[in-house]
Design a protein around this ligand. Structure first.
Ligand SMILES: Cc1ncc(COP(=O)(O)O)c(C=O)c1O
Length: 392
């Protein structure tokens, strides 16, 4: 890897950290689309396999392009070490499998991505790992749910889709008092808007599929934390279990990271315009955006984040009204992703949260009239005109 000075600003790290140059001195990072790496001799093969000699062996273990992405993201999150994974969900699964055992417990925010709830409640429970869901904004609820077996607190802040904001420092303190780790899915903010490790979180999770890519091309995930945790627990797990990041996807994410800061600034600016406009509209019952002064955790979001991000959710009367808006929108794609340059509209109750029980959705406040917008990089005035004609 090219040596770069420490203590550089985030925008500089986003372009320069983790840059690996071959003897060709290419300007754009090389893509090592190779499943394995050759050895000069039988002795070297043996030494590489045993770990006596450092170096690449096989792309399920290490790959220079993936390593470049991991170093760039770790530098941006202010973490010692990052690990790339095949998707955001496999990042969460790998972390739990590598750090917990049967009988351990997780306390998780009720307001997380629907598939994360599914993983915790329906998959991990089969392996004896029990999850209790709590209201993420209520510190007492977290504390009450913890037992002597609690090893992990898990949350997203802002949450998906209702943009609730949790106090990271308070939760890190609580987790550490009880010998648990605090894990934060930083998908909505990215390190540009929030760096959870600085507030005491132990691990940051990413779905790189979202803003880190930024153009809706590749699936990927990542974990960022201490070198000890990543090297001793995650690296051996990924080597044995195999949910590693594809080098091609890592190359796309490396390019995505280079423009992340200017994209997040623009997403935040446009989402603020959209949220304020929706807040004034008579057909809109409630807007969920941490950048609105009326948001219950507005002050906390201002203190913890450098801006408010690109996700705006809002309630209209019922499912029929919500679906009418979805079908009328022309500049918002109806698709399951978020964090793309292109704006996206989602009806969470029948898509991202559709496989949860009605009671679970109700306890999460994901109602039939709720819509989630991922505000993209199009001109905000064009987006407002489109929303106006769609709401009617
Ligand atoms: C907040 C959040 N975390 C994790 C995931 C899962 O990521 P992936 O789809 O890359 O597995 C998603 C996907 O939408 C998400 O929104």
């Amino acid at each position: 890897m090219t040596d770069i000075p420490e203590e550089l600003a985030l925008a500089t790290l986003a372009c320069r950290a983790g840059q690996y140059q071959t003897s060709e001195l290419e300007q754009s990072e090389a893509l090592f689309l190779s499943s394995s790496f050759c050895f000069e001799s039988a002795a070297q093969a043996a030494a590489r396999f045993s770990g006596d000699e450092e170096g690449n062996v096989y792309s399920r273990f290490t790959n220079p392009t993936v390593r470049g992405f991991e170093q760039r993201l770790a530098a941006m999150e202010g973490g010692e070490r990052a690990i790339g994974t095949s998707s955001g969900m496999s990042a969460i699964l790998s972390l739990v499998m590598a750090t917990l055992v049967s009988g351990d417990e997780i306390v998780a925010s009720r307001s997380v991505f629907g598939t994360t709830v599914n993983l915790f409640k329906n998959v991990l429970s089969k392996f004896g790992i029990v999850t209790t869901l709590v209201d993420m904004t209520n510190l007492d609820a977290w504390e009450r749910a913890m037992t002597s077996r609690t090893r992990m607190l898990f949350l997203e802040t802002p949450s998906n889709p209702l943009t609730d904001v949790a106090d990271l420092q308070a939760l890190a303190d609580l987790a550490h008092q009880h010998g648990a780790q605090l894990v934060v899915d930083n998908c909505f903010c990215t390190p540009v808007l929030q760096r959870p490790l600085e507030f005491g979180a132990d691990v940051v999770v990413h779905s790189a599929t979202k803003y880190l890519d930024g153009q809706g091309r590749c699936l990927g995930g990542a974990l960022v934390g201490s070198s000890a945790l990543m090297e001793e627990r995650l690296v051996p797990f990924l080597r044995s279990a195999g949910p590693t990041m594809s080098p091609f996807n890592a190359w796309v994410f490396l390019k995505g990271l280079e423009t992340l800061q200017i994209r997040m600034e623009r997403h935040s600016r446009s989402a603020t315009v959209v949220a304020r406009w929706l807040d004034e509209h008579p057909a809109v019952r409630r807007v969920y955006y941490p950048g609105l002064e009326s948001h219950p955790q507005y002050a906390l979001a201002r203190a913890q984040q450098s801006d408010f991000g690109g996700i705006v959710s809002f309630d209209v009367a019922d499912r029929a009204a919500a679906w009418r808006i979805v079908d009328n929108l022309r500049l918002f794609s109806i698709t399951a992703n978020l964090g793309d340059a292109k704006s996206i509209v989602t009806h969470p109750a029948t898509t991202t949260h559709g496989r949860l029980s009605a009671e679970d959705r109700e306890s999460m406040n994901v109602g039939e009239g709720l819509l989630r917008l991922s505000v993209g990089l199009e001109d905000p005035n064009d987006l407002l005109c489109d929303i106006e004609q769609a709401i009617g």
